[in-house]
Design a protein around this ligand. Structure first.
Ligand code: ATP
Ligand code: MG
Ligand code: MG
Length: 553
């Protein structure tokens, strides 16, 4: 945690605490329950969580639930689950903007009474037209000069449900000519006839983000309200609302840049589209950078945290390389993942000079540099499997593959060489007849050179498996910048392979992630893990990440 700090927000906080502007730091994470959390949210979560912990303050979770059309209780549950998994437990019980609806309503009345808010009956598109543009000042609504009494009555009618949706809204009376468009009489309340996951049918008027957020922050005594840069202009409105109502507490808003990751989309709208179009399975598809997707892919909370620490917090908009995220999980798993053997494209090998009955039990370390991770028993026998890609029909220079006249070590076992190749009627190699040197068990031969080391699995130790190999979901670096991301989908983002793994490890290890030597880091897929005890279930592994950085992106 120590290397991360000292970004501009931490400097502000240090100063505020030194000057005793606040006694206790309070931060919050305010997700709207309209989708699942993603890696961008993790950036915001760690920022708020870390600051609260570092300065011995409080970290709150508040559901920003002001739009019942888009929100669902299942999203509330998923968000809580993901936060817990990330290890960022919030202080106290979770909060809901909707539990402040009574206060918000009261403050809206206060603004009306001060002549600072009015009920507008313009339609949505008219409001937009009247608002003007950056170069064109706005025009006052014809309803802007109603009396306070008229506005109170109309707002009451809105609340009672007398107006259909879209036929009236409450607006702040600020300045239609402001150079900040957000200050051109922003909407504070709109009519929505929809059941709310918390308040059911108690309300048919709902506060907007801008009206609800600042007041909720003040109610909770949030000291530093951190949000992303696109809310920079909204800060004026944030302060305007708090300055014009009778609430005493003054939280302050600060903005930092959003996280974007290359070859991925993070915006919930786009994530929803690719789920609805069935391009991916669900919110937890391992190809998505959602928290649940990353979890299912085999990412650890530690790796995600490490990533957030590495990217830091600034005001610069940029896109982070996928390889940075990958390097975080790789270095975590390198230390923690037990090693094992897996073969994605198996080919049979018969060691002809080994007796049929010979079965050797050999002991293999679970981690090359960590004795504490122990050892496992494996079998070496006459019939084994190796990966097809570790064999070359024609030997070439610098050969590290098995071939005629080339000697290759089977990892943790003996040196072998090929003597005969068996093909089927279509010319496909189906079996390699090999010879082993029984004097080379974990020791080098004296009179010839060994060209390389490959992994293998004995027939007695074979467990069939399916391997999900993932590639980036998009063909372009910045799909999040496009209006629609669908034309840029990589149709080969998932490649499934049928292969084998060592039976002994899967049955013995409690860990859910492995480094399959020379192949990559893998985890057992969530669905498969549940069915593991079932008869005839073929285990499925997800590739978390390759062993080395891929060159192609
Ligand atoms: P989206 O556009 O995907 O719907 P959002 O900002 O509307 O995102 P919220 O649920 O409102 O999603 O976000 C909760 C918090 O997370 C906000 O404070 C927001 O600023 C922050 N956040 C969202 N996306 C990112 C991101 N990509 N990088 C950093 N912080 C983010
Ligand atoms: Mg949103
Ligand atoms: Mg939002």
């Amino acid at each position: 945690l120590n290397t991360y700090g000292n970004h501009f927000i931490e400097k502000i906080i240090n100063k505020d605490l030194k000057n005793q502007v606040y006694r206790k730091l309070r931060t919050r994470f305010p997700p709207e329950p309209n989708g699942y959390l993603h890696i961008g949210h993790a950036k915001s979560i760690y920022l708020n969580f870390y600051l609260a912990k570092k300065f011995n303050g409080y970290f709150y979770l508040r559901f920003d639930d002001t739009n019942p059309i888009k929100e669902k209780i299942s999203y509330v549950k998923a968000i809580k689950k993901d936060l817990k998994w990330l290890g960022c437990m919030w202080d106290g019980t979770e909060k809901y903007t909707s539990s402040y609806f009574n206060y918000l309503y009261k403050y809206a009345i206060e603004l009306i009474n001060k002549g600072l808010a009015y009920v507008d009956k313009l339609k949505k598109n008219e409001i937009k037209k009247y608002r003007g543009t950056l170069i064109k000042p706005g025009i006052n609504s014809p309803y802007r000069n109603q009396t306070i009494e008229e506005n109170l009555l109309l707002f009451e009618k809105m609340k009672r449900g007398d107006f259909p949706e879209g036929n009236a809204c409450l607006r702040a009376k600020i300045d239609m000519k402001s150079s900040f468009i957000i200050m051109r009489d922003p909407v504070l309340y709109r009519i929505i006839f929809s059941n709310h996951h918390q308040t059911r049918n108690a309300w048919c008027i709902y506060p907007t983000y801008d009206f609800a957020h600042c007041i909720s922050d003040a109610i909770e005594h949030i000291t530093h309200s951190l949000c992303t840069l696109e809310f920079q202009d909204n800060r004026r409105l944030y302060d305007w609302i708090l300055n014009n109502i009778s609430i005493k507490y003054r939280p302050k808003q600060y903005e930092f840049s959003k996280l974007n990751v290359e070859y991925s989309v993070l915006s919930k709208r786009k994530l929803k589209t690719i789920i609805e179009k069935k391009i991916v399975d669900n919110w937890d598809d391992p190809r998505l950078l959602t928290i649940s997707g990353l979890k299912r892919r085999g990412y650890t909370p530690e790796a995600i945290k490490n990533f957030c620490m590495k990217i830091g917090v600034t005001k610069q908009e940029n896109s982070v390389q996928l390889s940075l995220l990958e390097s975080c999980i790789r270095s975590d798993l390198n230390v923690r993942a037990p090693r094992a053997m897996a073969i994605l494209d198996p080919i049979k090998v018969i060691i002809y000079n080994m007796p049929d009955s010979q079965k050797e039990i050999i002991t293999i370390p679970n981690h090359p540099n960590n004795k504490k991770m122990g050892t496992r028993k494996s079998i070496f026998s006459k019939e084994i499997y190796i990966d097809r890609s570790d064999f070359n029909e024609k030997p070439s220079k610098n050969n590290i593959k098995l071939s005629h006249g080339i000697f290759i070590r089977l990892r943790y076992a003996y040196v072998i060489t090929v003597t005969k190749i068996k093909k089927n009627n279509f010319g496909k190699i189906i079996c390699l007849i090999c010879k082993y040197d029984k004097n080379t068990f974990r020791k080098n031969p004296i009179n010839y050179r060994v060209s390389g080391v490959i992994h293998w699995i004995a027939k007695e130790n074979v467990l069939n498996a399916i391997f999900n190999i993932y590639y980036p979901l998009f063909k372009i670096k910045k799909p999040d910048l496009e209006k629609t991301c669908l034309p840029f989908i990589n149709n080969n983002s998932l490649v499934q392979k049928k292969g084998i793994v060592e039976k002994s490890i899967i049955l013995n290890s409690k860990k859910n992630f492995y480094q399959f030597e020379r192949v990559g880091y893998f985890c057992i897929d969530k669905d498969s893990l549940e069915k593991l005890q079932k008869k005839n279930h073929i285990i499925t592994f997800n590739r978390i990440v390759t062993l080395k950085e891929r060159k192609s992106n």
